[in-house]
Ligand binder design. Structure first.
Ligand code: ITT
Length: 183
């Protein structure tokens, strides 16, 4: 059985695929954009999307919903990270919040045997004062992880997975898959 990862975001797929490969697990990518409800937390949004996708996609599959929570902005944009990235973008966030503490949160929702299982991961850091070179994945060029002096965009997918929100959520997911003999 090959587990499907449903996302329209190629950067996410690259990171997820790197983690699966490292653990000798198989993965298939279903490139798909789906509508999300508006809610105050990523868990609720992700669970709702998972249930709706299950109406027309064969199980098992999983999705990744990620938010950026900026301290100076009282947690904004949080689950609205996608809308904010498409409107004011990284330069807008730098103007509003450079130097502020912030964290990413990833919620992975796995749908298997008609049940949703959720796995989360958090990465703390701060908003930088300029966009770095490197990958062009969302907020990566303006996010400096705690303990680092370079941005997330300057790490390879493997290096990013070791410390990141997504990497931690994936470790939890893969722990579940391995202990339940789902490969
Ligand atoms: P799917 O819903 O199709 O998976 P998406 O890009 O819409 O893809 P999200 O809603 O989870 O995914 O992402 C919210 C925003 O946060 C979006 O602008 C992403 O580019 C950005 N983002 C997500 N994960 C990120 C990460 O690890 N580093 C930097 N930005 C990230």
């Amino acid at each position: 059985m090959v587990l499907k990862f449903i996302t329209s975001n190629e950067h996410k797929y690259r990171e997820v695929s790197a983690a699966f490969q490292k653990n000798g697990l198989y993965l298939s990518w279903q490139m798909k954009k789906y509508e999300e409800i508006q809610a105050a937390d990523n868990e609720t949004i992700s669970r709702d999307s998972c249930m709706k996708l299950a109406e027309h996609i064969e199980q098992p599959f999983f999705i990744d919903d990620t938010g950026l929570y900026i301290e100076r902005l009282n947690g904004f944009p949080g689950p609205y990270a996608s809308y904010v990235q498409d409107t004011i973008g990284n330069s807008g966030i730098i103007k509003l919040a450079s130097g502020s503490n912030a964290y990413f949160k990833t919620v992975i929702s796995l749908m298997i045997e008609n049940k949703v299982h959720q796995f989360t991961g958090i990465l703390k850091g701060k908003i930088s004062d300029e966009e770095s070179l490197g990958n062009k994945f969302g907020y990566d060029p303006i996010f400096i992880p705690d303990g680092y002096s370079i941005s997330l965009a300057e790490l390879s997918p493997y290096e990013k997975n070791v410390i990141s929100h997504r990497g931690k959520a994936l470790d939890n997911l893969m722990g579940f898959l391995i202990s339940n003999h789902i490969k």
